[in-house]
Design a protein around this ligand. Structure first.
Ligand code: 5GP
Length: 251
């Protein structure tokens, strides 16, 4: 195979130049990091699971008319995506208090919020992705007012979609983070959901037991991360067939 040009290597993914102009190959690594890479490990199989799960969520979003960068999965660890210019914001949607919101506001983890709350963080690892307001975003020109209206609407549509499919398999979507990309079509620009949607970027709790099925398992040393992600994949029916246990027939 011809050598591909690496465009960018992040904490959990590598981006390569795609086979056609305007495309990128997104490779999912097994590396796990937390607390701005202060905690690191390699978790066997995480990349494969996140590739599958992100494919599943992005495909579903595309099908209901929420535009995403996802084109198709290429293999176990890679997917073909549209090249886009990433808006330098992490867009966080919260349905229940947890993580940094609980710390910041002193609200117990698991408290249902009166309505979904959308927060924005400025994407800068050296600053630890600080929380910013729409005032900062407008003043520093990170996104226009029209962009912010579109971003809010995309974030809430992703929240409705993800909450629904998780609820159907007994999982509570506590919160999640998405990234937004700009694509240019002639003179016209459009915003799409980019990066990944996976248990690395969501908080997912079993509705009955409260068991955590997301990256907090790694952040807080709560057990085996691939077991947690496999459970999410199994419930959604997205594990490769060979890993699905056959139902036992009882006469
Ligand atoms: P918190 O602000 O409570 O730490 O995170 C809120 C939500 O956004 C969680 O679901 C968390 O996984 C996700 N999130 C926040 N920052 C990042 C990040 O830098 N990387 C990833 N993968 N997820 C993040």
């Amino acid at each position: 195979m011809a050598r591909r040009k690496k465009i960018y290597e992040g904490k959990a993914k590598i981006l390569y130049e795609g086979p056609e102009p305007g495309t990128i190959v997104q490779y999912f690594k097994d590396d796990a990091t937390a607390f701005n890479a202060e905690k690191k490990d390699v978790i066997d199989g995480k990349g494969v699971l996140n590739n599958r799960l992100s494919e599943y969520f992005m495909n579903g979003l595309n099908q209901i008319g929420v535009p995403t960068h996802f084109i198709r999965r290429l293999n176990m660890r890679e997917q073909l995506v549209r090249s886009c210019e990433i808006v330098p914001l992490e867009v966080i949607v919260r349905n229940y208090a947890a993580g940094s919101m609980s710390k910041r506001l002193g609200i117990a983890e698991g408290t249902q919020l009166p309505r979904p709350i959308v927060e924005y963080c400025y994407k800068d690892d050296s600053l630890g992705d600080p929380l910013v307001t729409e005032e900062h975003i407008a003043a520093f020109g990170w996104a226009s007012q029209q962009d912010m209206d579109d971003i809010l609407s995309l974030a809430l549509r992703v929240n409705d979609f993800m909450s629904g499919i998780m609820l159907a398999v007994g999982i509570r979507l506590v919160d999640f983070k998405i990234e937004i990309g700009r694509v240019f079509e002639g003179d016209y620009q459009r915003l799409i959901v980019a990066d990944e949607i996976s248990p690395d970027s969501c908080r997912l709790w079993d509705i009955e037991s409260g068991q955590k099925l997301d990256k907090d398992v790694f952040r807080r040393d709560l057990g085996n991360l691939t077991d947690a992600y496999s459970e999410v994949a199994r419930r959604l029916g997205v594990l490769p067939k060979s890993n699905v246990t056959k139902p036992t027939l009882i006469n």
